[in-house]
Every structure is written in structure tokens, then in C-alpha cells.
Design a protein around this ligand. Structure first.
Ligand code: MN
Length: 268
């Protein structure tokens, strides 16, 4: 029988990680941090429903005009908020040269999809101990995704979370096509936690809740979603950003669904 799946057996570290229970991961916040007041307000409103705060202090947009540059003061404030609420803060890292600057104010490094095969960055993240969230590049197969994960694991950092955020497809009802099957597949062949990003994965506000729940049903260990007090006024990714009320409702549904599936042994 022909398999299209590629050379998984090579990735010994990914395969050797013991399958264990992972705590549920719930990540929320704005795509871009716009002001101190904004994050104070958002984090306060979602703190009971999240484990991690997200917020872009700099990001790589599709166009250079979408690039905000690093806002170190806002990062420091975001870190203070995370300490205050006893949450982890998640920061995107674009360049190996930024790691040292970000490190004192960052609990979790996120590798965005455009950096997913930046091997020098992945290697460096493997040498440190902090949690890394690795997003799948929109072009990447499961094998390529695991190859990227292997770069981090190889350095000795097994505190790794894989994130499905959609990829290219012939379908055009969404910007990207989320792969629910890749979540189940990654869960079956690795012991790593897998989360779903239905904000970037669909690019559409009204699809974030149903697709997040679909990912949880396929075994995802959590989710990430962008939210804002006034989604239409978001500086970035407004069309996929949900309101605070919708985020809290989604988070509660996701946690409830995940618990139900585990308690009833529907997914492992
Ligand atoms: Mn975004």
C-alpha cells in the first residue's frame, strides 16, 4: 500500500517522547498589543479562563507595512500582567538575535508559521528550557512539521507544543485550511501536546468557535484564539478576532468538551 506520509521513523526523538497527560492549554489575547490600558483590560477580563496570555509585541506581517517593530516597554508591561495573574506570557520570536532581549520578559516562545523552518532559530530554542509553541508552516506536511520539531527536541528541550494553524489548499472559503486530521495524526504518533489556532486557521471570526471545538474533539490539548474589546477596531487581524465575551464562552466550552471527552474515554 502506498503511503504519502513520509519518513516519520527518522524522527526518533519525536516518537520516543512518552505519551502522557498534558494539562489543558488555553491562550488568549490580542493579535497586537496596542496599549498598556488595552492589555490590562483584556487580561483582566479573560484571566479566569486562560493558562497563557498572548499579545504581539512585534510580528511579521505579510507586508512590511504590517510590521510593528519590537515594543520592549509593552513587553515588560505584559510580563508584569502575566506575573500578577500567575499566567505564562507567550511571545513570538522572529529572529535568533532577539532571543536575549526577549528572554527576561518571556515565559513561552512562539515560533510563528513563517519561521517554522528557520533551523538556526529552532536549534537555539532547543538549547534553552522554556516552553516553545511551534506553529505549522502553511506549506508544511506532517513529516516536515515533525522535522522542525526535531530540531528543538534534539537540543534537549522537550517542553514543546505543536500548533495547527492551517495551510494552503484549493478551497477558498477561508484564508487557510485548518487540518483537523493532522491534529489526530500528531497525537497518535508523538507524545507532544498539540493545540489548535482557529483564528489564523480560518481568518474568520464566526468560524473560530466551531473549528476550535472540532480540534478539541480530534484530541487537541488546547487552543489559542485572538480576542479584543472591540474586535473591529483591532490594529491587526480584526476579521478573525473575537470579542472578550465570545472568547470566555469559547474557553469554557473548550475546557468542558475536553474534560467530557477524557472522562468518558472518547479521546485519550
Ligand atoms: Mn494574528
Amino acid at each position: 500500500m502506498k503511503t504519502t506520509f513520509g519518513p516519520i521513523p527518522k524522527y526518533t526523538r519525536v516518537r520516543l517522547i512518552n505519551k502522557k497527560e498534558h494539562p489543558f492549554i488555553s491562550i488568549g489575547g490580542p493579535c497586537a498589543i496596542e496599549s498598556l490600558e488595552q492589555i490590562k483590560n483584556i487580561y483582566k477580563s479573560i484571566s479566569v479562563n486562560v493558562t497563557h496570555f498572548r499579545g504581539g509585541v512585534f510580528r511579521a506581517g505579510t507586508y512590511p507595512s504590517d510590521n510593528f517593530g519590537l515594543q520592549i516597554e509593552l513587553l515588560q508591561e505584559m510580563h508584569k500582567e502575566a506575573i500578577h495573574y500567575q499566567k505564562f506570557n507567550v511571545i513570538d520570536v522572529l529572529d535568533i538575535r532577539d532571543l536575549e532581549k526577549l528572554d527576561p520578559y518571556t515565559d513561552v516562545f512562539q515560533v510563528g508559521m513563517r519561521q517554522a523552518q528557520n533551523y538556526s532559530l529552532l536549534t537555539e530554542l532547543g538549547r534553552q528550557k522554556k516552553q516553545v509553541i511551534l506553529k505549522r508552516g502553511s506549506w508544511m506536511t506532517a513529516s516536515e512539521f515533525l522535522g522542525a520539531a526535531e530540531y528543538i527536541l534534539k537540543g534537549g528541550n522537550e517542553n514543546l507544543v505543536l500548533c495547527e494553524r492551517g495551510g494552503v489548499s484549493h478551497l477558498n472559503h477561508c484564508r487557510w485550511e485548518l487540518s483537523i486530521s493532522i491534529i489526530a495524526k500528531l497525537k497518535q504518533i508523538t507524545g507532544l501536546p498539540v493545540i489548535i489556532d482557529a483564528s489564523h486557521g480560518t481568518g474568520q471570526r464566526e468560524l473560530v468557535t466551531p473549528l476550535t471545538l472540532a480540534g478539541i474533539s480530534a484530541g487537541a490539548n488546547g487552543f489559542i484564539a485572538e480576542c479584543h474589546q472591540e474586535p473591529d477596531k483591532s490594529l491587526s487581524d480584526s476579521e478573525q478576532t473575537i470579542s472578550i465575551e465570545d472568547f470566555n464562552s469559547l474557553a469554557q466550552k473548550a475546557i468542558k468538551l475536553s474534560l467530557y471527552l477524557k472522562q468518558n474515554e472518547i479521546v485519550s
